[in-house]
Design a protein around this ligand. Structure first.
Ligand code: SAH
Length: 454
């Protein structure tokens, strides 16, 4: 951490701004908004400064910079158009242990001014440490657009309720639940935006009186195939509110980084042939955590309802009347197809797509005859270990030997690898990749030559 982020109270505190031009004006506006006792030193002042002086908002110090201007100052901003003067001011401030901000050379300053999103009392500051101010500004614009204007009012109201919440709700988790309900209440936000305080107070009372949640719940969240950008907004909300996250090996590190920091993480890693935690035990774990009143997120690779055993996990919860919900995710077939440039359907190639398990214990039920038919795309999940059997059965049932196939390893992740060939080579190709890999069979695979982009 090169710069320590800090919000400081400037109300009534003397601050020195050196410079009287346009840039200095911008800095002056910010310092005045923060209530600073602003002294401005410069050879010449723009009209705005003269006006502020007349209104008693600033004190003007006309002349060349003089170190005695620094007396009693808490903060200095050097904003002249002369780099040497700015540096001289910064050196003088350093010598007196006063934080100083330098325009145009923030990296040399002891203090930098971040880009801010002001929803006072909510304040968001973005800084690139002076390295990439344009990036900081772009981020600021995004956050501005994302954060509703009334957020400040909500935060202000929250401030007046803190003591009461502390008194009324004994445990930290009860308080957190209250605040989450408070901040996610669209009606309350809307009422505040309309300035209807009486109604806002009514709504707040309702929140206070709502029965505290004594039982937990479980949400199955599909994390997608790996690239964190493919997580849904709803999935993100859930993983940021969870008390407990139960996840397995298919969930990427990138996505785990988005989980609420103080959530408990339970790893129930599972991979073909290496069942670390038996399914029944996972089901039981979800049930027990929810019964303890926890908000549980079962985070699963891809989509929870596609070869994810999501159904099995919910059945037990349903039997015990634990509330649950499901947030779909992008399944490996969609992710791998998109990131390898292989459209799963195409008017000239395939009118249907079939997602097939490679666990062939129940192969009798698979219906190879239909799988071998033309004009469709087959996507095999968990198929690596059975590649030779898949190849054999498809050929046996009449699929042409030169049918294009692709194997996508670590699809959508930065280390994604795709190998392609024909059906007759499938077994051989399968030894060139490792789990997790998806097998795509069908003439759509040939489109990759033109459509690959990742
Ligand atoms: N519910 C998951 C599938 C779980 S089954 C989903 O909807 O995607 C596990 C299989 O999914 C793996 O054996 C592999 O075939 C496939 N898979 C999952 N993630 C993958 C990825 N990033 N790249 C390639 N295949 C993947």
């Amino acid at each position: 951490m090169e710069y320590f982020p800090l919000f400081c109270r400037l109300q009534g505190k003397r601050c020195l701004l050196v410079g009287g031009g346009e840039v200095a004006e911008r800095k002056a506006r910010l310092l005045l908004a923060a209530g600073a006792d602003l002294h401005v030193g410069a050879l010449n002042f723009s009209a705005a400064f003269h006006q502020w002086a007349q209104q008693g908002k600033v004190t003007l110090l006309q002349g060349s910079f003089n170190t005695c201007w620094l007396s009693d100052c808490w903060l200095v901003v050097a904003a002249t158009d002369n780099d040497q003067v700015n540096q001289h001011v910064a050196d003088a401030a350093d010598a007196r242990r006063i934080f100083c901000n330098l325009v145009d050379a923030p990296a040399q300053a002891s203090a930098i001014m971040p880009s801010i999103i002001d929803r006072s009392p909510l304040m968001i500051a973005v800084s690139s440490g002076g390295r990439a101010p344009v990036l900081a500004r772009l981020l600021r614009e995004k956050l501005e657009a994302m954060l509703p204007q009334h957020l400040g009012q909500l935060a202000r109201l929250a401030g007046t309720l803190r003591a009461r919440v502390k008194k009324q709700f004994a445990s930290v988790s009860q308080r957190r639940h209250f605040w989450e309900r408070f901040f996610s209440s669209d009606r309350l936000a809307q009422t505040l935006a309309n300035g209807d305080m009486a109604r806002a107070n009514d709504l707040t009372e309702t929140l206070f009186n709502a029965a505290p949640e004594t039982h937990g719940d479980v949400t199955l969240v599909g994390a997608g195939p790996g690239d964190a950008g493919l997580l849904t907004l709803k999935g993100l909300q859930h993983i940021q509110q969870a008390d407990v996250i139960v996840y397995d090996r298919l969930v990427s590190e990138e996505i785990l980084n988005l989980v609420r920091r103080d959530a408990e993480r339970v790893f129930v890693g599972k991979r073909a042939g290496d069942h670390c935690v038996p399914q029944a035990q996972i089901n039981q774990l979800l049930l027990e955590q929810a019964q303890r009143g926890k908000r549980v997120v079962r985070l699963k690779g891809g989509d929870p309802f596609i070869f994810g055993r999501g159904g099995e996990e919910l059945e037990l919860l349903a039997r015990h009347h634990i509330p649950f919900s499901v947030v779909p995710g992008i399944t490996a077939a969609s992710g791998c197809a998109a990131y390898s440039g292989i459209p799963l359907t195409h008017r000239d190639h395939a009118q249907s797509v079939r997602l097939v398990t490679g666990h062939l214990q129940h192969e009798g039920r698979l219906g190879w005859q239909k799988l071998a038919a033309d004009q469709q795309t087959l996507v095999f999940y968990m198929g690596l270990a059975q590649a030779s059997e898949i190849q054999h059965q498809l050929l046996q049932h009449g699929m042409r030997a030169d049918m294009p196939v692709a194997l996508v390893e670590n699809g959508t992740r930065t280390d994604q690898r795709v190998v392609t060939g024909t059906l007759i080579q499938l077994d051989e190709l399968s030894r060139q990749v490792t789990s997790p890999s998806l097998i795509i069979v069908g003439s759509v695979v040939s489109l990759r030559d033109t459509l690959r982009w990742f």
